[in-house]
Design a protein around this ligand. Structure first.
Ligand SMILES: [Zn+2]
Ligand SMILES: [Zn+2]
Length: 180
């Protein structure tokens, strides 16, 4: 039924994990998910949502009383802890070193998260959708030049996405889903 070539690559696998993590997002702006990985092992995951213990944007129906959705481009700071920051915080909370790790994230990191990622010793950022533009793009490039971090845009292939969707939409451990 499925070509063996649709078995996900490691990069696709971890990006899909970031996408799956994004399903837990509680911010009204847009869902973002992240997975921190080292030596092909998952260290932590995170999604964008309000700080631990405070009301979710999705529960109260707004981010701030006059603001329907958190937007880092606007004057008010994002109420959400961003996915990358949450993934780094989860690792810190559990005493897991992020030095030399990679992060997979569904949205290109904002400048605050990029700085945090660099300072956490993460070496590679794989992202799906572009985010920075204008002056932020220039600052991003200056930050990248001053560090040894690489920023790489990747996509999950159609074949992998379709196969993975079939795994979600049907019982997974059945013969029809065996690659052949
Ligand atoms: Zn929000
Ligand atoms: Zn961010």
């Amino acid at each position: 039924m499925y070509d063996i070539s649709s078995r996900p690559t490691w990069d696709e696998y971890f990006m899909m994990l970031a996408k799956l993590t994004a399903t837990r997002s509680t911010c009204l702006a847009f869902p973002v998910g992240a997975a921190i990985v080292k030596d092909r092992q998952v260290l932590s995951t995170g999604y964008n949502g309000s700080p631990s213990g405070s009301a979710h944007c999705t529960t109260q129906g707004y981010c701030y009383p006059e603001v329907s959705a958190c937007n880092v481009e606007k004057a008010l700071p994002s109420r959400s802890v961003h996915a990358e920051a949450n993934a780094i915080a989860q690792a810190a909370k559990h005493g897991i070193s992020t030095g030399g790790a990679s992060i997979y994230v569904t949205l290109e990191p904002c400048l605050s998260c990029l700085k945090l990622i660099i300072s956490a010793g993460i070496r590679e950022v794989f992202y799906e959708t572009t985010f920075n533009s204008g002056d932020n793009l220039k600052i991003r490039d200056l930050l990248l030049q001053g560090s040894s971090i690489s920023l790489i845009q990747i996509q999950v292939s159609d074949a992998t996405a379709h196969r993975s969707a079939a795994f979600l939409l049907n019982p997974t451990s059945v013969e029809s889903l065996v690659p052949n």
